[in-house]
Design a protein around this ligand. Structure first.
Ligand SMILES: *Cc1c(COP(=O)(O)O)cnc(C)c1O
Length: 385
């Protein structure tokens, strides 16, 4: 009889629905090997700078990025906020793309903590030298002086698009590659920070070494907790004097987490050993998912460059939430990042078999007729005529 019997039997009769979390590449579980590395960590006090594994990880990432020094931090947000504190006097401006993580997703901390104003220039895929020049030209007229030029790579709000170093052909209109931008910023006497939470993805997608990207900015932050799959941790890299100041700011902000960084550094080192090259698998799966979604009448989707798939609802659909609700009910966790658009993130927790199931589930949950989602989106019955 259904519903009776021991739990194991019930599970066989009605298997629990498998769920797949595509909300972000932060949702990964530490792998068994990563957990083993964490358990084996010596775990000394990071607030005293005593933990050899944290010190070694900092040196390793500094070296990778071609910088003299580095600092492990609990989150990318703290790394970004410390970078602002290092570069920006109060009432100064930061030039960044409109969709920069630091502008949209960090709870107005640039303003609240440091009195810095984020000035958007360019578009989703970056900005050009002219836009930067125009912003700096306004400084004399009462606009806040630009203290920092902010780069992000890959660009999260652009679906993990790579902002190229030198290749102009890879840039849309209104975007220059990073080299001429950095050159312009330096000639104007401006500091540069690169928010490289997903810089590993840019590195793997292009084959350009991390240090080449690192060279474009004075300070660079990279995440160990996104595609690389550590439970937490980012590393801020830069000149020795700035990183010393950053260490004080970390204490001041309450980020000196005693023995915890030792465990998290063990996870980070494991991630660097085992989870960088495999990002290419995430990128391939993202292209496969995008192609499958593009076959459905519900979506318009561009070919992803890295691990994020941006799917925009196709007319007559106007809102992505009803489609997301149907997908969630079928076991696929996702949400609209803006009203008409969903971002699906591929990561360490999604293998080829999972992807095949996900694609099947999306097809069957949405069907081939988008009109029922038009009704849901409009909140009114469909006209019968
Ligand atoms: C996720 C992310 C951050 C913040 O990292 P947390 O560790 O979640 O605080 C900063 N910048 C970018 C581009 C990100 O994607």
């Amino acid at each position: 009889m259904p519903g009776c019997g021991p739990p194991r039997l019930r599970a066989t009769l009605r298997p629990a629905m498998r769920t797949f979390d595509l909300r972000s590449d932060t949702v990964t579980q530490p792998t068994p090997a990563m957990r083993a590395a964490m358990l084996a960590a010596a775990a000394d006090d990071d607030a005293y700078g005593d933990d050899a594994a944290v010190v070694a990880l900092e040196a390793r990432v500094a070296d990778l990025l071609g910088k003299p020094a580095a600092l492990w931090l609990p989150t990318g947000t703290m790394a970004n906020q410390i970078a602002i504190a290092l570069h920006c006097p109060r009432a100064s401006a930061i030039a960044c793309v409109p969709g920069a993580h630091v502008r949209i997703h960090e709870d107005a901390s640039a303003a609240a903590l440091w009195g810095a104003q984020l000035m958007p220039i360019g578009g989703r895929f970056g900005f050009d030298v002219d836009a930067l020049e125009a912003l700096v030209a306004e400084e004399a007229c009462g606009w806040p002086p630009v203290a920092l030029v902010w780069l992000e790579n890959t660009l999260g709000e652009a679906g993990g698009a790579v902002w190229p170093l030198v290749d102009r052909r890879a840039c849309p209109t209104g975007v220059d590659p990073l080299h001429p931008i950095a050159e312009q910023a330096r000639s104007l006497g401006k500091a540069l920070h690169l928010d490289g939470a997903r810089l590993w993805n840019a590195h793997v997608a292009t084959g350009v070494p991390m240090a080449e990207w690192g060279r474009v900015a004075d300070t660079v932050s990279v995440a160990l907790s996104k595609g690389l799959g550590a439970p937490a941790g980012s590393v801020l890299c830069g000149p020795t004097d700035l990183i010393l100041r950053a260490r004080r700011l970390k204490h001041g902000l309450g980020g000196a987490m005693r023995q915890a960084p030792a465990l998290l550094a063990a996870a980070g080192a494991h991630a660097l050993d085992h989870h960088v090259a495999r990002l290419a698998d995430d990128h391939r799966r993202a292209r496969q998912l995008a192609a499958a979604i593009a076959d459905l009448p519900h979506w318009e989707v561009a070919t992803p460059q890295t691990n994020l798939v941006l799917a925009r609802v196709a007319p007559p659909l106007r809102r992505a939430e009803p489609l997301c609700a149907a997908l969630r009910a079928a076991g696929i966790r996702c949400y609209p990042n803006i009203a008409r658009e969903v971002r699906f993130a591929l990561h360490l927790g999604i293998g080829d078999d999972d992807l095949a199931t996900i694609i099947e589930t999306i097809r069957s949950a949405l069907g081939m007729d988008p009109t029922r989602f038009v009704e849901a989106a409009e909140g009114a019955p469909k006209a019968t005529s």
